[in-house]
Design a protein around this ligand. Structure first.
Ligand SMILES: Nc1ncnc2c1ncn2[C@@H]1O[C@H](COP(=O)(O)OP(=O)(O)OP(=O)(O)O)[C@@H](O)[C@H]1O
Length: 578
């Protein structure tokens, strides 16, 4: 089955992902463009709206009634079924009728396009007919002028209604992500109450059809490809909208527009960027900071699983965060494997707030998410290094694949390199299918048995023995705090599940020792960056068609990564020769 969603998500092996993510981290982040963290779902005031531009279709943000949801669901299920290859095991027995997926209200404004909202009355909708060019730029406060002045004139701006693109903040394989502001004097101005700025993922339709290399689709002709890509985007949006409602650990969905040339997914802006970049910056996270991230991720996954939705692409690149003020350590603590010259200070961890500049963490990117309605699904997807063995082995899998992904993230945060890596995709696949990973010395020497136990329970080969999300949330390590006095810790534990929502502090109790080890260089995160930077042809050997399809589109990695790797290798070489 061709998962077109995978094409949107430039799915790639883990280290390819790492390289991609670090590119952004290394070029630095803008952490000053604040937005409130208020969940959009709290605001019921989104108006139903339409505009009369014949070139633009508007998708209102309202939740449709059951009838509408059923018709969209039927359409999506049809899409899934018609998109399946014989090897897929998604049957109608496995798929119950979706009643929880809110439909996207699609309003016809172009005669060539289809309307999906038979129940929406025109009279009930305020008219939104302004275009961005109608909106004056000069009505901003002086202090906000810089934040609100577009960096340049973006092509993508032309067809976008009610938002002003300010600057590009990210790029996927088939999308660009912009920081934008709800335009003043537009019907979106009310959004500024909750969102000073938003993130807009722009997918160019032409790019989707040009990269859709699935031979089955080609056989069906261009139109079916176009329809399938569109359905896939609508499905991603519908799932994003569903799962982000009432969950503050998931990036909020705000709005969606489709125009002649683009899809625009408007979402909450997380100004810190990806957790991945922070792992590269800090080399690894302390146990308390790792907990801080995993707890929030676990709550997001708990919410998704309770809705029957599996994310299927949990990785550090898909965890975004809001920055917090950094408080330097009074005396920086090092692990014995650290290079004191280059190890960045994580700073002081503040309970309920975070540390290392990382505050609120939210799960993003629902391009591979799927609503499953029974235990099993069997669609190959995901990012190779973080993929569960049952997926690699092409067996049935379920929600437990997300638990494996959490295990990979936890492992990576704790030590700074992923649990499974091999230059050769075939060998990597083998390692994953055997669950072959180790707590490598010296990097894992100072990591607590509790943390290791959590990793072991998450990276359990047999899905039925692997932690489920509730077991993870009850894990003793996840609910203990290195930084807190024991009395406070036990009282926090007694407080039960409500405590799960709080963040905890670390004053770091790691011992400071001088490193004198010969490092296993190829296992290290930064070296794996280098390997993939220089040997990207490896990516073309990816076993899965859907994943292979994006391989040629992977971008050349930043020179800065190579420079950083060279510096680190220089240090390791020196250490080895001592
Ligand atoms: N809501 C957001 N707030 C801040 N940055 C974002 C947001 N959404 C995406 N980004 C940034 O834009 C980049 C690309 O976004 P996204 O991952 O959604 O695109 P994609 O095409 O799905 O990419 P991928 O191929 O990695 O799945 C990400 O690296 C992320 O850093």
């Amino acid at each position: 089955m061709l998962k077109i969603k995978a094409l949107f998500s430039k799915k790639k092996p883990d280290q390819a992902d790492l390289s991609q993510g670090s590119k952004k981290a290394l070029k630095g982040k803008t952490r000053s463009n604040g937005t409130t963290n208020k969940d959009v779902s709290e605001d019921n005031s989104f108006p139903k709206k339409r505009h009369q531009d014949r070139n633009v279709m508007h998708y209102s943000n309202t939740i449709a009634d059951d009838h509408h949801m059923k018709s969209l669901t039927d359409e999506l299920v049809t899409t899934i079924d018609s998109d399946s290859s014989p090897s897929d095991n998604i049957t109608t027995e496995n798929i119950e009728t979706v009643t929880s997926v809110p439909a996207i209200d699609v309003h016809e404004s172009n005669d060539d396009e289809v309307s999906y909202d038979p129940l929406m009355s025109d009279e009930s909708l305020p008219i939104q007919s302004e275009t961005i060019s109608d909106i004056p730029y000069g009505d901003t406060d002086d202090e906000n002028l810089e934040d609100e002045t577009p960096e340049k004139s973006f092509l993508e701006q032309k067809e976008l209604i009610g938002y002003r693109l300010i600057n590009k903040i990210g790029e996927g394989a088939f999308s660009k992500v912009f920081r934008a502001i709800p335009a003043k004097n537009s019907s979106n101005e009310f959004l500024t109450k909750n969102y000073k700025a938003v993130a807009i993922k722009v997918i160019k339709k032409a790019d989707l059809s040009s990269i859709n290399g699935d031979h089955r689709k080609k056989d069906k002709g261009k139109d079916s490809t176009k329809t399938s890509s569109r359905d896939q985007v609508l499905k991603e949006v519908a799932l994003h909208k569903t799962v982000s409602a009432d969950c503050s650990q998931i990036v909020a969905f705000i709005d969606f527009q489709e125009t002649n040339s683009y899809y625009y997914i408007i979402q909450e802006l997380l100004t810190g960027g990806e957790i991945f970049g922070e792992i590269v910056r800090l080399t690894y996270f302390s146990e308390d900071l790792s907990r801080h991230v995993i707890k929030q991720l676990a709550l997001a996954v708990k919410h998704m699983h309770s809705l029957g939705v599996v994310h299927r692409d949990i990785k550090p690149e898909n965890l975004l965060f809001e920055p917090i003020e950094f408080t330097p350590s009074v005396k920086q603590k090092f692990r014995k494997s650290d290079d004191p010259q280059t190890k960045a200070d994580e700073g002081i961890f503040t309970p309920d707030i975070g540390g290392g500049g990382i505050g609120v963490v939210k799960l993003a990117d629902f391009g591979l998410s799927k609503q499953i309605f029974s235990k099993n699904t069997k669609t190959p997807c995901g990012t190779v290094g973080y993929t569960a063995p049952e997926v690699v082995k092409d067996e049935h899998y379920s929600m437990k694949v997300d638990m494996w992904g959490i295990g990979c993230v936890l492992y990576t945060m704790l030590c700074g390199f992923p649990p499974f890596y091999d230059e050769k995709i075939d060998t990597l696949t083998e390692k994953i299918s055997r669950g072959e990973y180790t707590f490598l010395k010296p990097w894992w020497d100072e990591i607590s048995p509790g943390a290791k136990n959590a990793v072991v329970k998450l990276l359990e080969l047999e899905p039925s023995k692997r932690y489920d999300i509730d077991q993870l949330l009850d894990d003793p390590w996840l609910n203990s705090y290195d930084c807190l006095p024991k009395e406070r810790e036990s009282s926090q534990k007694k407080a039960g599940t409500s405590e799960r929502r709080h963040m905890h502090k670390n004053n770091s109790n790691y011992s400071k020792r001088t490193p004198r080890y010969c490092f296993h260089q190829p296992q290290l995160l930064c070296v794996t960056h280098l390997i993939l930077v220089t040997q990207s042809s490896v990516l073309k050997k990816i076993v899965w068609g859907p994943v292979g399809a994006w391989a040629p589109f992977l971008k050349t990695k930043s020179l800065k990564i190579i420079t950083m790797v060279a510096q680190k290798m220089n240090h390791w070489n020196k250490t080895c020769s001592n």
